[in-house]
Design a protein around this ligand. Structure first.
Ligand code: GLN
Length: 386
């Protein structure tokens, strides 16, 4: 038989998603793939129940249901101050996974270079391969995960046509400061590059840090493709509702790509999600409080277990240092951790361009009782991993 496509030879299945399957296999507490085990807001599930009879059950308009786009435009405007025309500036996608892929295919030609910070969310690697792009990596240096502006400039100098920016960042938990964003903006302007942002954790930020949407920087609206999602904000990762917000010029093309990739996001779910997009400011305050509590609980537990870790400024991931266990492969460590200790984590090497084997990623978007159980197991890590 003929070979399968060449482009699929250059990446593996997602290690994040694989670790969920491995965790399930060993009945481990799954702190690998980032999704909550608590319910979405009641009002949202109630809205879905009501829609089951009433519909819609057929396709929505390919670029998103009118209601949904209008509610999203209002919500986005409320938080960023940017005016968004629901008729021209939005395309609704199947999660931000599609949004990112669609954004890349909208601005990138095969053979183009794309600047990516490392560590980075695993999908960007496959996204660049699938869109035929060549990534140029810019290291974010621990412990503060700062970047060197000269290294960023050198990526543009080498010809990067776009920058991928995950802010707040998965997996390192960095929330980029205004000054850092200004540096990126100046370079994007100077080298006439697009900026594709992944802002799915925009509402999960820990005081005193503050999320600044990149498109709000002067002159950036026209060259930014803001990818977002309802998954994390409303605890509905399975609904697969994401979007790109950008200028009408960019969105017109993104809509073409999206139309042929997936036609559209699930119509009844878009309709139900309007309820969430209309939540008042108190919802977001409570969300921050909830995640701050979970973060503090989890970090305190790791401290008790004497496991060194990062302290996230945003998003819900931490990188833990497992150097003391002396594993040559962090993937092997994570498999053993799931099997012997009963906790699922993601090997850090799936996020780093550099050869890093001493870090693993946990997420803490879980009920307090789930985190407590994971922490109880981690307290014995030095016995179980022997
Ligand atoms: N963003 C989540 C993570 O990093 C997973 C998202 C997904 O699997 N689609 O774990």
């Amino acid at each position: 038989m003929q070979q399968l496509s060449k482009r699929t030879e250059n990446f593996t299945d997602s290690v994040i998603r694989r670790m969920t399957r491995i965790s399930n296999q060993y009945h481990a507490v799954n702190l690998s793939q980032g999704f909550p085990d608590f319910d979405p807001p009641e009002a949202l599930t109630e809205a879905l129940r009501n829609l089951a009879k009433k519909g819609p059950h057929q396709y929505s308009i390919t670029w998103g249901a009118q209601n949904f786009r209008e509610a999203l435009a209002r919500k986005h405007q409320r938080f960023t101050g940017l005016e968004v025309d629901p008729d021209t500036d939005i395309v609704v996608t199947c999660g931000s996974t599609e949004a990112m892929m669609c954004a890349m295919m909208t601005v990138i030609n095969p053979g183009d270079k794309v600047a990516v910070f490392s560590p980075f969310y695993e999908n960007y690697g496959a996204d660049t391969v699938l869109s035929g792009a060549e990534p140029v990596y810019i290291p974010l240096r621990p412990p503060s995960f700062d970047f060197d502006p000269a290294e960023l400039e050198s990526a543009f100098h080498k010809g990067a046509r776009a920058l991928i920016l995950c802010n707040p960042a998965n997996p390192c938990g960095k929330v980029f400061t205004l000054d850092e964003l200004k540096t990126m903006a100046a370079l994007a302007e100077k080298y006439d590059a697009y900026v594709i942002t992944d802002e799915v954790y925009e509402h999960i930020v820990y005081a005193p840090h503050r999320h600044i949407s990149f498109a709000t920087l002067p002159g950036m609206r026209e060259r930014t493709l803001t990818c977002g999602s309802l998954s994390k904000t409303y605890s509905i990762t399975g609904w697969r509702l994401g979007y790109i917000i950008s200028s009408a010029r960019i969105i017109e093309t993104a809509r073409k790509v999206h139309d042929f990739l997936t036609v559209g996001a699930a119509a009844p779910l878009q309709e139900a999600a309007v309820t969430a997009l209309n939540f008042g400011p108190e919802y977001y305050v409570e969300l921050q409080e909830k995640y701050t509590r979970l973060r503090d609980l989890f970090l305190a537990g790791l401290d008790r277990a004497a496991i060194p870790h990062t302290v996230p400024q945003g998003a819900y991931y931490i990188l833990a240092d497992i150097g003391e266990f002396g594993y040559a492969s962090d993937l092997q460590f994570c498999e053993d951790l799931a099997r012997k200790t009963g906790v699922g984590a993601v090997p850090g090497s799936s996020f780093f361009r550099e050869n890093v084997q001493h870090l693993i990623r946990f997420h803490f978007a879980k009920k307090e009782s789930t985190l407590q159980e994971a922490l109880n197991r981690l307290m014995r890590i030095r016995e179980t991993m022997k």
